[in-house]
Design a protein. Structure first.
Length: 401
C-alpha cells in the first residue's frame, strides 16, 4: 500500500474523507457519498499497522497503545493537511482521514450570509458554530478567523485537537495550540489562555463541563470566544450548555448565557444544483433583547425559532428554511434538494408556490430583503478593496513579524 499515492488520488478526486479498514479497499467520501477506490486492492491489517507506525512518534505510539485511539494531523506537500483519527475495531487498526486544504476560503467564497462578517467583528462575548460531524463547522470557523485576521489588529489564540487550518499572521498575531502536543486538555489550555493577553480565543470544541464553564468566564471577562458544539440548531445548543450544569446553577447560567451569547451559527451542507460540491444552509441566531429573554426564561426558550424567523429583515437572522429559500432563489440548489433538507416541507412548498398564510410572518419581507442584499453586493463588488487591503479612510496597523 503506497500511502502517499492514496492521499494524492483522494485529493485529485475531491474527496473530503478517506476510510481505511483491514480487508476493504480504501473508501473515499466525495460530496457526501462513499465510493470504494476500485483501482486499489483491499488493504491488510499489517499494511495499516505499517502506515500507523510511520505516522506516529514515540509519544503518540505510547498514547495509542494505551487508549487504542488517537487524533493526529499530517501535511501533504503544498496541497494541504489531513486530520487523522486512528482507532481499533474488532481488534484490528482502522483510520479515517479528513482532508484540510491550505487555502482558507473567505466567508463570501463559502456562500455564508453577510451577517457572519458582523458576528466575526464582535469585540467580546460567545459565538457558537454548531452542526453534525462533517457539516463544515471547522471550515466556517477558519473563514471567520481569516476575516478577523484581515480586518482587526488583535491577538488570537486557537486551541484545537488537532490543529487543522494553518493561519498566517497578517493584521493579527495568531498562536495555535494543539491538545496532546502543546497542551494536555482544552480546559487547561483555555485557563492558561486567559493569562496570555488574548483578544480572540478559538476553542475547537466545548466537550466537557470544565471547558464550557471556562469559556463562559472568558467571554464574561471581555474576550471574544469562538467554539463548536455537535448540536442541530440554536435552541438545542442552549439546552446542551445549560443542562451540563447542576440544576441549582442552571438559572444563573441562563442569565450568564443571555448576557454573553452574541450568535449561534448552525450548518447543514446541501448539494449544489450544478454538481460542483456543496453549499451550507445556515441558521443564524443573534443575541437580541428578545433572544436574551428567551434564554433567561426557560418557559420561553421554545420561542427562539420563531424569534429567529421574525428577525430576518431587522437583524439578519435566518432559519434553515429561509436559508434554503435564499439558496433556491439564487439558483445554487434545486427545489428537490431544498424540500429534502428543509425543516417544514409542507410550509416550504406552499411558500415556493406563493400560497402561505398571512398570519405566518416568518416570510414577511423576505423577497425585499433578498433584493436589497443583491443590490448591496453589487455595490460592494464595485467598491470593495482586495482581501487584506484597508478601505479608503480606514487604516489598521499590521502586525509586524
Amino acid at each position: 500500500m503506497e500511502w502517499n499515492d492514496i492521499l494524492k488520488i483522494a485529493i485529485s478526486r475531491g474527496a473530503s474523507d478517506i476510510h481505511m479498514r483491514a480487508g476493504l479497499r480504501p473508501i473515499l467520501r466525495i460530496m457526501g457519498t462513499l465510493y470504494p477506490y476500485k483501482e486499489h486492492p483491499p488493504v491488510s491489517a499489517e499494511e495499516i499497522d505499517q502506515t500507523i507506525n510511520g505516522l506516529l512518534n514515540d509519544r503518540q505510539k505510547e498514547k495509542y497503545n494505551q487508549s487504542k485511539q488517537i487524533d493526529i494531523s499530517t501535511g501533504m506537500g503544498d496541497q494541504g493537511r489531513f486530520r487523522i483519527n486512528i482507532f481499533q475495531q474488532r481488534g484490528v487498526p482502522s483510520m479515517v482521514c479528513r482532508f484540510i486544504p491550505y487555502l482558507i476560503q473567505t466567508t463570501d467564497e463559502l456562500f455564508l450570509p453577510p451577517i457572519i462578517k458582523k458576528i466575526a467583528m464582535e469585540q467580546r462575548g460567545l459565538v457558537l458554530l454548531t452542526g453534525t460531524t462533517g457539516s463544515g463547522k471547522s471550515t466556517t470557523l477558519a473563514g471567520i478567523i481569516h476575516h478577523i485576521n484581515n480586518h482587526r489588529n488583535c491577538h488570537i489564540i486557537t486551541i484545537e485537537d488537532p490543529i487543522e487550518f494553518l493561519h498566517r499572521d497578517h493584521k493579527c498575531l495568531i498562536n495555535q495550540r494543539e491538545v496532546g502536543f502543546d497542551t494536555d486538555t482544552f480546559a487547561g489550555a483555555l485557563r492558561a489562555a486567559l493569562r496570555q493577553d488574548p483578544d480572540v480565543i478559538l476553542v475547537g470544541e466545548m466537550r466537557d463541563f470544565e471547558t464550557i464553564q471556562t469559556a463562559i468566564l472568558a467571554a464574561e471577562t471581555g474576550h471574544l470566544v469562538l467554539s463548536t458544539l455537535h448540536t442541530l440548531d440554536a435552541t438545542e445548543s442552549i439546552h446542551r450548555i445549560i443542562t451540563v450544569f447542576p440544576s441549582h446553577q442552571q438559572q444563573q447560567v441562563r442569565r450568564q448565557l443571555g448576557g454573553i451569547l452574541k450568535g449561534v451559527v448552525s450548518q447543514r451542507l446541501v448539494s449544489r444544483a450544478d454538481g460542483r460540491g456543496r453549499v451550507p444552509a445556515v441558521e443564524v441566531m443573534i443575541g437580541t433583547a428578545r433572544i436574551r429573554e428567551c434564554i433567561e426564561d426557560s418557559a420561553r426558550t421554545k420561542e427562539i425559532r420563531d424569534a429567529i424567523a421574525k428577525g430576518y429583515t431587522t437583524y439578519g437572522m435566518q432559519t434553515f428554511d429561509q436559508s434554503l429559500m435564499y439558496l433556491l432563489e439564487k439558483g445554487l440548489i434545486t427545489y428537490e434538494e431544498a424540500l429534502l433538507q428543509c425543516s417544514n416541507p409542507d410550509d416550504f412548498a406552499l411558500k415556493v408556490r406563493g400560497i402561505y398564510s398571512t398570519s405566518d410572518d416568518q416570510w414577511e419581507g423576505f423577497e425585499a430583503k433578498v433584493e436589497m442584499e443583491e443590490a448591496e453586493q453589487e455595490e460592494q463588488a464595485e467598491d470593495q478593496p482586495n482581501e487584506g487591503e484597508e478601505p479608503e479612510g480606514m487604516k489598521i496597523e499590521r502586525f509586524d513579524k
